[in-house]
Write a protein of this length. Structure first.
Length: 417
């Protein structure tokens, strides 16, 4: 039996390959059942995201060709197309890989937390499909526990390493009571969406999203309990905003000095934080000359991002040490399963001897023999039959000069030299 992780990710395969090997969510259950219907695979889970597609399997064989052949056949790809991009991790390496992925150590952005939720979802879907058994259940539960330990015991996810995260981190440094603040987000692209998520998670009071296409702004605002406006409406709402984050594709500035000046007057000079992460810039540089407006550009955020990356890289070293320990713990559990089987067989054998001798003793009592005699016979028979096989093996080991087996016997039976 072998634990195997097979897949491709952002490090090994271009997007043109990754998009061809992804699993549609609505077809995942059928794919899992099809994979475990192969004679070699007894348990399986599939993780499929934009950055990786991985199969985690418990196989009856250490051979991986069957799993890879199924993977290629399922996606209608030939070996030459996909095999160069596939990585394979067996047993201990598979455990380490799964733990590193869940802890954010193998992510495009070091320490990002979304992957753990995606792994939990993959486990849930496999469980619903009936393809999770004893071993993979234990592996995933162990994985969730280790990922939580890494998050708790290290700073792997606490430092900003994206522009959106850095922008919101800066806002939190300036405004401690975020629940009383209003944020105006200009744009509705990926960066603004990430900023909205970080602000929402930080407990921001209100979110206003301004975009050229109001429908797109409305769809995003609705997700975070905010409201949408058109770009031309910004001057009417600017004074409401404590925090302004802008990221559009406009070739001309969206926000000028005049509008900012009027907003500050309406706010009675309560400070405003403006973060322009667009290139070309959305906010005229002259806005930064106004009192009570703190204007930052994407270049200003780079120092925050670099500090965050350094902090996460230091935390990653700690995380790797935790994972080393936890891989050893899990592999110890796997190895103990063989011992449990042996213990069960030994106990069954002992109980069979006990039952046979007890039945014989009861018959003797029924025939009128004295209880003292019957108990002595029972004790003698149990002692002889339980020690016969070990005694014979120890005698033969001594005859053959197998000193190591004699040492094991002393340890096993707790005998003194």
């Amino acid at each position: 039996m072998a634990l195997i992780a097979v897949g491709v990710n952002h490090k090994t395969a271009p997007v043109s390959i990754r998009e061809r090997v992804s699993f549609a969510p609505e077809r995942l259950a059928d794919a899992l059942k099809e994979l475990t219907s192969t004679p070699e695979v007894s348990e399986a889970a599939i993780l499929s995201t934009c950055n990786r597609t991985e199969l985690v399997c418990y196989s009856n064989s250490s051979e991986t060709d069957t799993i890879i052949d199924w993977f290629e056949h399922y996606h209608k790809l030939n070996t030459q197309e996909v095999r160069p991009y596939i990585y394979i991790y067996p047993d201990q390496l598979a455990v380490r890989h799964v733990l590193r992925v869940a802890s954010g150590l193998d992510s495009l952005i070091l320490g990002e937390p979304q992957i753990l939720g995606q792994i939990k979802d993959a486990y849930s879907k496999a469980e619903q499909a009936g393809t999770i058994g004893k071993l993979l259940n234990r592996l995933f539960q162990h994985t969730f526990s280790v990922a939580k330990q890494v998050r708790t015991d290290t700073a792997i996810g606490s430092s900003p390493v994206s522009v959106a995260f850095a922008a919101v981190s800066l806002a939190k440094q300036i405004f401690s009571n975020m629940e009383e603040r209003t944020a105006l987000l200009i744009g509705a692209g990926e960066t603004i969406e990430l900023a909205a998520r970080h602000l929402h998670a930080s407990g921001i009071g209100r979110i206003i999203i301004a975009n050229r296409t109001v429908e797109k702004a409305h769809a995003l605002a609705q997700e975070f309990g905010g409201y949408a406006i058109a770009l031309k409406e910004i001057p009417n709402h600017l004074a409401e905003a404590d925090i302004v984050i802008s990221s559009t594709a406009s070739q001309l500035p969206i926000l000028g000095k005049g509008a900012a000046e009027r907003a500050i007057k309406q706010r009675k000079h309560r400070p405003m934080l403006m973060i322009d992460i667009a290139v070309p810039r959305d906010i005229e540089s002259e806005v930064g000359e106004l009192e009570d407006i703190y204007l930052y550009t994407v270049d200003d955020l780079q120092e925050i991002i670099q500090e965050g990356l350094k902090s996460r890289q230091e935390a990653a070293i700690q995380a790797e040490e935790i994972i080393d320990t936890q891989v050893a713990h899990f592999m110890g559990w796997i190895q103990s399963q063989d011992a449990f089987t042996l213990i069960r067989q030994f106990r069954d054998h002992a109980q069979q001897i006990r039952d046979t001798e007890l039945e014989k003793a009861l018959r003797q009592l029924g025939n009128g023999e004295s209880s003292e005699q019957v108990l002595q016979k029972l004790a003698h028979a149990l002692t002889n039959k339980l020690t016969h096989a070990p005694s014979a093996q120890i005698r033969q080991a001594g005859y053959d000069g197998r000193i190591e087996l004699l040492d094991v016997a002393r340890e096993l039976f707790e005998l003194k030299n």
